[in-house]
Structures are given as structure tokens and as C-alpha cells.
Design a binder for this molecule. Structure first.
Ligand code: AMP
Ligand code: MN
Ligand code: MN
Ligand code: MN
Length: 323
């Protein structure tokens, strides 16, 4: 295994201060001014393309329709985009059609929930065939436990003074099969329990807090296998978000690569400048390609708007050279 704590081969000036999302921005001040947008029109060089390969529609826990997402991406200068709903492919046809109409290059995607060593990981699949049977069946299995989990979350929240949370969250979900913690968080904000979704995730829905229900998602090797069998590339999503130390991270990446994972999301809307540098270094050391995605969910909640994730350092290979 390569050394994840090697000296930083990436020069400081490759990621300038103003190129990274400030994840301290208030919820109503979605990061645009503090992030970089790639503006070159050289369509041959992947480093100069504004690619946003991670976002959500209301088929999972985003608030916009797939076509509205594509319109927003286009307006923000995105040239290549992927829709990556959690465990769900239902929005891809609409997004692809809107992208064709607006002359935005489109990559079908998904974000698969995985349980790994007590942590939930997210594996983005890019360039997948939405008709691939193993992927369809695998995702149906991953989704199947959500309703029972959501009911238990509702029971826990009722016990701390928030009755009706399950019904409330379900009513906010665009997809009855995909009631997520985000929908509970939105309902708690509507109810006045917290000021915004981010505040909810400090007080509720996380380990040790009311509304957190441990869940078994898919296995890492399964998720990567479904993506590969669908002709896609597996990307380890927002790696800075996992609460693991250096050794566990190395083990995670080793298992991901052994399963056939080929890329890591170096530039996420939720990554700081230092995190972009750290994961660029890891991508280089591990021979992984690099992805970039805002992880946009909603105009009022997300760290970064569509097209406004940090840019990739020049040293890494953008995964979208493939498309
Ligand atoms: P679930 O798949 O039901 O566990 O919901 C996970 C979703 O919750 C993620 O995809 C995020 O959209 C959202 N989420 C998790 N943690 C946070 C957080 N700290 N702040 C805002 N949203 C979060
Ligand atoms: Mn989400
Ligand atoms: Mn995620
Ligand atoms: Mn996501």
C-alpha cells in the first residue's frame, strides 16, 4: 500500500485560496463568490472543463426536478454534468433529455450507500447504464430497508417531543421509496426545532442523538461490483466526510481499489482547500483518477451551487477524460 502521509507533492499555489468552497457560509448564502468556476472554452482539456459530477434531484433528497437541475447547471456554466441520486436511477432519463436540449454533456450517475466498518460510505457510479439488471436489483435491495428505518426514526423523534416526524418527512420526499435523514431534517426545520438543516445534523439524526437508527446498506465490494457491471466508474465520494483515521482510510481505499474502484472525489462542495490538497495527494499516491462535484441538494442548503465545487489541482487526472 502506498504511503498516505508522504510529503505533499502538490505545490501550495495549485489550489489558490479563492478556489475552494467556504463551508462555513450561511445556509442562505450558497457558495458562489467564494468558489471557483472553470471558465475556459477549451473543450479538449479536461482540466479546463466545468464538470460537476455529483448532485441530487427530488428522486432522492434534492429539492429540484432533474430538468430544473440541468437548467440551473447550464445557467451556472456547467459543461459536463452527472446526476447522482442516492440509490436511485429514476431521474436519469429526464435529466438526460434536458441536457440534450440545453447542449450540456451528460453522464448518468448514482450514489450508492455502503456500510463499511461501522461507517456509512458513499460510492458514486459514473457512466453507468441505467438499464443494467445487477445495478437495478442491487439498488432496489439497498432502498428496501429505508421505510422501516424511517418509521423507527420517527418513533425516536416522537419520544423527544416531535410526533408525526415519519409522516412529515414522507410528505416532503418526492420518492416514497427514498425517505432520508435529509427529509427528516427539513421537517424539523419547518417545525421550528432548528434554524437550518445543518443545525439539525448536530442535534438529531446522528450517532448518539435522537432519530439516529443504525442501518445496514450495501457492502463496498457489492456496490463497486454493481457499478462496474453497469459499465461505470466507481468513485469514492467526499472522502473527507468519513470519521476515520489515517490507517482506516488507507484500508478503505485499498478495499475500494481491490473491488475495482478507480477514482476519488478530490474536489467536493464540502471539502476545504486543505482537504482538496490532501485527497489530490492520495489520488496521486494511489493511482486513482480524480472527480469533482458540488453535491448540490437545494438552492438554500448546499455548500456549493452547481458548478462551484473547488477546482482540481493540475497534478491529478480528471475522471471525466473518459467522456
Ligand atoms: P440517509 O441516506 O438517509 O442517511 O441521509 C444522508 C443524507 O443526509 C446525506 O446524503 C446528506 O444529504 C444529508 N446529511 C448528512 N449529514 C449532513 C450534515 N451534517 N449536514 C447536512 N446534510 C447532511
Ligand atoms: Mn444527500
Ligand atoms: Mn454523499
Ligand atoms: Mn451526494
Amino acid at each position: 500500500m502506498s504511503n498516505l502521509i508522504a510529503d505533499d507533492p502538490i505545490a501550495d499555489n495549485q489550489v489558490a485560496d479563492n478556489q475552494v468552497a467556504d463551508n462555513q457560509v450561511a445556509d442562505d448564502q450558497i457558495a458562489k463568490s467564494t468558489t471557483d468556476v472553470v471558465s475556459s472554452s477549451d473543450s479538449r482539456d479536461p482540466h479546463t472543463i466545468n464538470a460537476d459530477l455529483h448532485c441530487h434531484s427530488f428522486y432522492s433528497d434534492g429539492t429540484l426536478a432533474p430538468a430544473a437541475l440541468v437548467q440551473r447547471a447550464k445557467a451556472n456554466g456547467v459543461q459536463l454534468m452527472a446526476l447522482t441520486d442516492h440509490d436511485e436511477l429514476g431521474g436519469l432519463a429526464e435529466a438526460a433529455e434536458a441536457a440534450a436540449d440545453l447542449d450540456v454533456r451528460f453522464v448518468p450517475g448514482v450514489e450508492v450507500s455502503v456500510s463499511w466498518g461501522g461507517e456509512t460510505l458513499h460510492i458514486v457510479g459514473l457512466g453507468i447504464d441505467p438499464g443494467a439488471p445487477d445495478l437495478i436489483a442491487g439498488l432496489a435491495g439497498v432502498r428496501s430497508g429505508r421505510d422501516a428505518r424511517a418509521r423507527e426514526m420517527g418513533a425516536q423523534l416522537a419520544a423527544v417531543g416531535h410526533p408525526g416526524a415519519y409522516e412529515g418527512a414522507a410528505a416532503l420526499a418526492g420518492n416514497a421509496g427514498l425517505v432520508s435523514r435529509t427529509h427528516f431534517a427539513r421537517w424539523l426545520v419547518e417545525r421550528g426545532a432548528c434554524d437550518d438543516v445543518r443545525a439539525v445534523f448536530l442535534k438529531y439524526l446522528v450517532p448518539g442523538r435522537p432519530g439516529y437508527v443504525p442501518h445496514h446498506w450495501s457492502r463496498l465490494t457489492e456496490a463497486v461490483g454493481w457499478i462496474r457491471a453497469a459499465g461505470g466508474v466507481a468513485v469514492l465520494a467526499h472522502p473527507a466526510r468519513y470519521r476515520v483515521g489515517e490507517l482506516a482510510l488507507a484500508a478503505m481505499i485499498e478495499e475500494f481499489r481491490t473491488a475495482g474502484g478507480e477514482a476519488i472525489e478530490v474536489a467536493s462542495g464540502s471539502h476545504t482547500r486543505d482537504q482538496v490538497r490532501r485527497f489530490a495527494r492520495i489520488a496521486l499516491a494511489e493511482g486513482l483518477e480524480a472527480s469533482r462535484g458540488s453535491d448540490f441538494h437545494s438552492p438554500i442548503e448546499s455548500h456549493a451551487d452547481l458548478g462551484y465545487a473547488p477546482v482540481l489541482p493540475d497534478s491529478v487526472v480528471p475522471v471525466w477524460h473518459r467522456w
